[in-house]
Structures are given as C-alpha cells and as structure tokens.
Design a protein. Sequence first.
Length: 147
Amino acid sequence: MANVSIKFNGKEFLLSCDDGQEEHLEELLIQINQKFNNLKNELGNLGENKLLLITAVKVMDEYHETKKKVEQKKEELKNLSSKFKELKSLIYDYRDKKEEEIKDLNNDHFKLKNEIEMNQKNYEKLIDEAADEISSFVEKANLENLS
C-alpha cells in the first residue's frame, strides 16, 4: 500500500491507496477540494461538516447523472447493434434472393437458347422438305409436259 499526503480545507491528511494509484488519488482529491472550495465561496462558511455533505451530494449527483448517461448510451448502442444485425440479415437475404434470381434467369436463358436452336433446326428441316417437294413437283410437271 502506498501513502499519499494531501491538503484539504487547509489541513494535512495521510491517505493510503494501492501501489500505482497515488497520482489518480491526488487527481480525485484536487477535484473534490475544488468542488468544496467553490461551494464554500458560493454558500459561505456553513460549517465544514455541512459543506462536506453538500460536496458529497453534488459529487454523487454528478456520478448518477453520468451513470444514467452511460446506461442510456449503452441502450442506444444495443439498439444500434440490433438494427445493424437486422440490416446485415436483410442484406444477406437480399443477396441470396438475387443470386437465386440470377440462377433462374441463367436457367431460363439456357432453355430459351436450346428452344431457339431446336426451332432453327426444325425450320431448316421444313425449308429443306418444302424445297424437296417443290423440286419434286417441278420435275413431275416437266415430265408431264414432255409426254
């Protein structure tokens, strides 16, 4: 344990703290001393005990207000985190849906391509058959004209 000598309200005090915490304790005592002296200047000398009580109440009030703000920020962060998770889920759902749509479009494209190729072959076959029938008809007509 370390010892820190401090001056508060014109009096010397020796306080103990964990090793390495001396500077932090001194900073806290400077702030408390400042609050105490400010109240003493504002309210006059009401007596050391009453000023110490009012100082403690003010410090606790600041502490509770800060604690409330921290809790509020934690809640806001929790809500933001929840919204972020929801947004992330929506993004992944959207991506999956679009990938499925792309897959369906590729399948439809493949089917349409095959259908076009099949229709083209059937069309060519019909053209060839029609050309053969016309040729056959012309040959018959020529043979009949010759006889």
